[in-house]
Design a protein around this ligand. Structure first.
Ligand SMILES: Cc1cc2nc3c(=O)[nH]c(=O)nc-3n(C[C@H](O)[C@H](O)[C@H](O)COP(=O)(O)O)c2cc1C
Length: 202
């Protein structure tokens, strides 16, 4: 399982950096900090493609920036997801893999609803990621989200979310997440316990 992490100012990160440390400590997870690996944005396409081939589950972990991801993730998508590799007649390298976003958002959950400030739920706003996964033949799971990230520390919500992220990553590694439920959910955050299978792996 591969976690690609992007934060342009990790020195100022209150929530993503600790979450990334959680990912780094889960056995079976390859955790990559894209800004640390490519400080000049000079992405090694061959090595990123080889890394994708070697993993079945790909997670983009990032703060929500302008309803999307920090810019290196767009650069990474533009260069790595090539025609003939990720899509097109002979581009089947990612077929059958699983993809998801693990996101932190500054706004509260109420803002991400049809009645709220953004007039749309978060999953709908992440359509470019979902459609990219679809085009590349990957299964797209609902995002794992922390809303109100700017107040997580003072509200003592970070540890709960870190534990949830740890549970999610371990379930994905062990093939114990109900992928059908996770595909159809709106977000994974509050329903996670119901989606993790306790018995036999699926
Ligand atoms: C450039 C920029 C763009 C942002 N865009 C959004 C946004 O579109 N929606 C939102 O809810 N929060 C937005 N935020 C707030 C961040 O998502 C929030 O600060 C971040 O998730 C906190 O995580 P961190 O402590 O790891 O930096 C934005 C913040 C920055 C700096």
């Amino acid at each position: 399982m591969l976690v690609l992490f992007a934060h342009p100012r990790p020195d100022r990160s209150e929530v993503n950096l600790p979450l990334f440390e959680t990912a780094q400590n889960v056995q079976g997870v390859t955790a990559v900090d894209l800004y640390a690996r490519y400080p000049d944005f000079s992405i090694d396409v061959d090595s990123e493609q080889a890394q994708l081939i070697a993993h079945d589950v790909i997670v983009f972990q990032h703060p929500l920036y302008w309803y999307s991801a920090p810019s290196i993730m767009k650069e990474w998508q533009d260069l790595v997801l090539e025609h003939g590799f990720a899509y097109g007649l002979h581009g089947k390298a990612l077929h059958g893999k699983t993809f998801m976003n693990a996101i932190t958002a500054g706004a509260l959950s109420e803002a991400y609803s049809t009645e709220g400030m953004n007039h749309a739920d978060l999953r709908s706003l992440l359509a470019p990621f979902e459609k990219t996964a679809d085009l590349c033949g990957m299964r797209y799971l609902a995002p794992f989200v922390m809303y109100g990230a700017g107040r997580a520390l003072e509200d003592s919500r970070l540890d709960i979310h870190r534990n949830g992220y740890d549970d999610l990553l371990k379930a994905l590694v062990a093939d114990r997440l109900d992928l059908d439920k996770a595909t159809h959910a709106s977000v994974l955050t509050d329903v996670l316990d119901d989606f993790i299978l306790k018995g036999e792996a699926v």
